[in-house]
Design a protein around this ligand. Structure first.
Ligand code: MV4
Length: 507
């Protein structure tokens, strides 16, 4: 038994993802939307929709009280928060429960227990979860900072206790830099979180970011759905995720999974959550933090485990028992996700706006397209720039990379700049193909990835197609526009532009 009706307190691709799961389970869905989203896909796909305010998030998707009132009004029994927005706000989880509704996520107390980093570190240490060597209390002054840094050895990393997402973090390589770094980390933490508490950790050099998906019910079962490799990121924004990780051996997987389950149980966790780890070159892993929500990259885990995480979020929130045991979770094949954002990689990832004028979504074997946009969608600056996620599955990593490359070639989005060509270049990159990635990889490799030429085969095909089109246009000018749509999909937009210009085909 699940719910009769669920309100989805989000927008874009994740709202649609949850609405799809509801429909598959026979649950009616209620969308919420701002002014800007009056005609959005998620509004149309839901069974009902409620307008909750003006376009800025603070006046709509962050209005917890308005959303709870909308759920009561619509007769929903539960609220799914998606990711971002209200998903990790303890007060919202509590307010939903106090309103007599079910929050589809962890208990408010678990969100609270994992919210402060220093408190979470203490909890983890008490439960034999390895954390990065460092302190569990805020530094009082530069003198104390120097003493502790000396004890752990340089380089060290100063972190905001209230932090997350890299704010208030400072790497310190030597004692002479420590006092200044402490001052600026404290100022940044105060500004960002209203709390200047900063603590110190040993700085792990060139680790991978590997995370474990966990899933638990209210009857005491907590399972590890194994790891995702999320090292390909830029400025704390993940760009590409995969499962499994080339760096995770069966022994590491087992140890990391058991650790994540222990961490989740220690926090009183229920529902889907993610434990973030740093994994160093020797296979040593350290718990960083737990994300108390469904994550953007959950589909790669779904594809390799065969478990529909959103279905089970809904079912365990309604009190159902998970029917799996840990030994039933057997990873199969390889999955990769590329985040398709409205950012221009050749222009410093500047956000791009406009109306989606043409869209061709990839399909075919092993391809999943989780999108929040369609032809006609207005892409503005009010919300996150992620338009869609392209996820592929294949038997091996090499095949998954080839399949992702093929799917990206099929993708056409016109009207806004996107990260599509950037992803193509990554799939062609020798280091990425060898799995030689860490959290600094993209920053190191960005110029060469963005500046890279497409492979000769792609350019050669493009040249042939351009010549053929030019020939047909000369013979039959009126059919030119119809002919152009298909071949351009086979080639990169940048190649098309260059060759098209040479051939005088543009415009
Ligand atoms: C670290 C680290 C190296 N050593 N801690 C970044 C955000 C926050 N979640 C923790 N972060 C890091 N903590 C120690 N002791 C490197 C990072 C880090 C990072 C971690 C995961 C994913 C991307 C990252 C990018 C830069 C730095």
């Amino acid at each position: 038994m699940t719910f009769g009706k669920v309100l989805v307190a989000n927008r874009g691709e994740i709202a649609i993802r949850v609405i799809r799961a509801c429909r598959e389970l026979g649950i009616a869905s209620v969308a919420v939307h701002s002014d800007a989203d009056a005609h959005a896909v998620h509004v149309r796909e839901a069974d009902e929709a409620v307008h909750i305010g003006a376009s800025p998030s603070a006046e709509s998707y962050l209005k917890g009280d308005v959303i709870i009132a909308a759920a009561k009004q619509a007769g929903a029994e539960a609220i799914h928060p998606g990711y971002g927005f209200l998903s990790e706000r303890e007060w919202f989880a509590r307010a939903v429960r106090d309103a007599g509704l079910v929050f589809i996520g962890p208990p408010a107390e678990a969100i609270a227990a994992l919210g402060s980093k220093t408190a979470a570190r203490m909890l983890m240490i008490a439960n034999d979860v390895p954390v990065v060597p460092g302190t569990t209390t805020a530094l009082r002054d530069a003198r104390e900072a120097k003493e502790t840094a000396k004890a752990f050895g340089y380089p060290v990393l100063l972190k905001a206790a209230a932090g997350g997402g890299g704010k208030g973090m400072r790497v310190v390589h030597r004692e002479s830099e420590l006092a200044d770094a402490l001052g600026s980390a404290q100022r940044e933490a105060k500004n960002a979180f209203g709390d200047d508490a900063v603590y110190v950790e040993k700085f792990i050099v060139r680790p991978r970011h590997v995370e474990i998906q966990v899933l638990g019910d209210t009857h005491g079962t907590m399972l590890s759905l194994n790891e995702r490799e999320c090292s390909v990121q830029r400025r704390h924004q993940k760009m590409i995720e995969e499962a499994p990780s080339v760096a995770v051996t069966p022994a590491i997987r087992k140890a990391m999974g058991e650790t994540a389950v222990r961490a989740a149980k220690a926090a009183g966790y229920v529902n889907a959550g993610t434990c973030e780890f740093l994994l160093d070159g020797d296979g040593t892993f350290y718990f960083l933090e737990m994300n108390t929500r469904l994550q953007v990259e959950h589909p790669v885990t779904e594809l390799v485990t065969g478990i529909d995480i959103v279905h089970w979020q809904l079912r365990v929130a309604a009190g159902e028992r998970l029917p799996f045991r840990q030994q039933d979770i057997v990873p199969r094949g390889w999955a990769i996700e590329c985040r398709i954002t409205s950012e221009d990689p050749s222009n410093g990832f500047l956000p791009s706006t406009g109306r989606v004028s043409h869209l061709h979504a990839p399909s075919g074997p092993g391809v999943r397209w989780d999108s929040g946009v369609e032809v006609g969608s207005e892409v503005g600056l009010f919300y996150d720039p992620m338009l869609a996620k392209l996820i592929v599955w294949a038997a091996t990593r090499d095949e998954a990379v080839a399949r992702m490359h093929r799917a990206l070639l099929e993708l056409t989005i016109e009207g806004v700049e996107t990260s599509r060509d950037f992803h193509l270049r990554v799939m062609e990159d020798a280091e990425f193909r060898a799995g030689q990635i860490d959290i600094q990889w993209l920053e190191r490799r960005l110029d060469s990835v963005i500046g890279a030429r497409p492979p000769a085969t792609v350019e050669r095909n493009a040249a042939i197609i351009a010549a053929l089109i030019a020939e047909r246009d000369r013979c039959s000018p009126r059919r030119a526009s119809g002919v152009r749509a298909d071949p351009t999909r086979l080639i990169d937009a940048d190649v098309w532009t260059r060759i098209g210009r040479q051939e005088g085909l543009r415009g």
